[in-house]
Design a protein around this ligand. Structure first.
Ligand code: FE2
Length: 345
C-alpha cells in the first residue's frame, strides 16, 4: 500500500497512501486507508481542490475500507474542516435536526463538537444514530487539538464484527435479524453536559412544549411516558443488522453502547434496549460483540489536522477517556431513514 499514488496538485503534493502502525487488514483491504501529505505548510485551497477532484474516489474508498484517514494536510480550524467537507459534495445533516442523545456545540453550520461528555467518560462502540429512525450515512471527524493523554477514537469494521459474531452466537444474530431492537432513553428537561447522553427532550425533538414533543413522538412512532419533567421514550422496532451490499451485512445498531454504556442519573442501561418483540437480549452475546469489537478495532491516535471520513453503515466508532484539552469535531452527511424489515437467511 506504499506510495501507490503521487500527484502534483497546485502547490500541494498529494496524496500518498501510507501504512500506519497497527493498521488492520480485513479481506485484503486495509483499515483505515491512510493518505498522508508532507505539505502541512501549504494552502488549504490546494487541499479542497484535491478533495473536490477526488470526492467520488474518497467516498467510494471510505465505503470499501470503512474509513479513510487524511493526515498531515493543512487543515487547522473548524472552518477549514467545514471547507474540506463541503469539497466532498455530500449533503450535510444538521445536528439540530437529529435525534441524537449527545450534547454537542455547533462551531459552523456543519461542524460541531463530537460529544461534550466529560473526559473520564468512555463512549462505547456505536453506529451514529442507529438508535433513531433517521441517521447519517456518513460521519466525518477532525482533530483541532489532541488530548495530552488518551482520547483516541477507536473505529471498528462492523461487517467483520457481524461475521465473527454470527460464527460464535448464531442464535443471537438470528434474533437480531428477525426481531430488530427497540431503544429506551430518559431525556432530561434541560441539557445535562455531565452525561454522554444528556441532551434534553426539547433539544432532541426540537420542540418547546410537552404537547409538541408528543406530536413529534407520535409522528416518529415512538411510545413515551413523562417522569418528573423527564421524558422516557421508546423507539419503534429498528434494525440491528443492515444488508449494505449483496453478501455484506453489518451489525448496524447502538447495542454495545446502549446495553453497557447508557447510564446516568436517569438511565439504567439494562433497561435501554430490548428486541423488537420486547424480549430481553442474550447478555453473553452482547458482551461477546463488545469483546470482538475491541479485538478488531483500530485506534485513531489523533494528530492535529487529522480528518477521518467514515461510512457510518460500515464502521462503528467510540471514544477513549482522556486528560487535558481535546477538540475533536464532527460533521454528519447523507441523511437516511431507518425502518425495520426482518432479514431471513
Ligand atoms: Fe458517535
Amino acid at each position: 500500500m506504499n506510495q501507490t499514488t503521487h500527484k502534483q496538485v497546485g502547490a500541494l503534493t498529494v496524496p500518498v497512501k501510507r501504512q500506519v502502525p497497527r493498521q488492520r487488514t480485513h479481506d485484503e483491504s486495509v483499515f483505515p486507508l491512510v493518505y498522508e501529505s508532507d505539505a502541512a505548510s501549504r494552502r488549504l485551497s490546494d487541499v479542497t481542490r484535491w478533495v473536490a477532484a477526488h470526492a467520488n474516489e474518497l467516498l467510494r474508498e471510505s465505503t470499501a475500507h470503512g474509513a479513510v484517514l487524511l493526515r498531515g494536510f493543512p487543515v487547522r480550524t473548524a472552518e477549514d474542516f467545514d471547507a474540506v467537507i463541503r469539497a466532498l459534495g455530500v449533503e450535510g445533516f444538521e445536528y439540530r435536526r437529529s435525534l441524537s442523545n449527545a450534547v454537542r456545540v455547533n462551531r459552523t453550520e456543519r461542524v460541531f463538537s463530537a460529544n461534550e461528555a466529560p473526559p473520564d467518560v468512555q463512549i462505547l462502540f456505536h453506529h451514529e444514530m442507529a438508535q433513531t429512525p433517521v441517521y447519517p450515512g456518513r460521519i466525518f471527524f477532525f482533530c483541532e487539538v489532541a488530548a495530552d493523554e488518551g482520547g483516541a477514537t477507536p473505529i471498528c469494521r462492523s461487517d467483520v464484527l457481524y461475521r465473527r459474531l454470527r460464527d460464535r452466537s448464531p442464535d443471537f444474530i438470528r434474533d437480531c435479524e428477525t426481531k430488530g431492537l427497540r431503544y429506551t432513553n430518559v431525556m432530561p428537561a434541560e441539557d445535562d453536559p455531565s452525561s454522554g447522553m444528556g441532551r434534553s427532550w426539547r433539544s432532541t425533538l426540537n420542540v418547546d412544549s410537552k404537547d409538541a414533543a408528543e406530536e413529534r413522538l407520535r409522528d416518529l412512532n415512538y411510545s413515551w411516558q413523562w417522569i418528573d419533567g423527564c421524558l422516557k421514550a421508546t423507539t419503534p422496532q429498528l434494525p440491528a443488522v443492515m444488508q449494505v451490499a449483496p453478501g455484506r451485512r453489518t451489525f448496524f445498531n447502538q447495542l454495545i453502547a446502549a446495553f453497557s454504556g447508557w447510564t446516568d442519573s436517569r438511565n439504567d442501561p439494562s433497561e435501554a434496549v430490548r428486541h423488537g418483540d420486547g424480549s430481553r437480549l442474550d447478555t453473553c452475546a452482547v458482551h461477546e460483540a463488545a469483546a470482538i469489537a475491541d479485538e478488531i478495532a483500530f485506534d485513531v491516535q489523533w494528530q492535529p489536522g487529522d480528518v477521518v471520513l467514515i461510512d457510518n453503515t460500515i464502521t462503528m466508532h467510540a471514544r477513549r477517556p482522556f486528560q487535558g484539552t481535546r477538540k475533536v469535531l464532527a460533521s454528519l452527511a447523507d441523511m437516511q431513514t431507518l425502518t425495520f424489515a426482518a432479514i431471513e437467511g
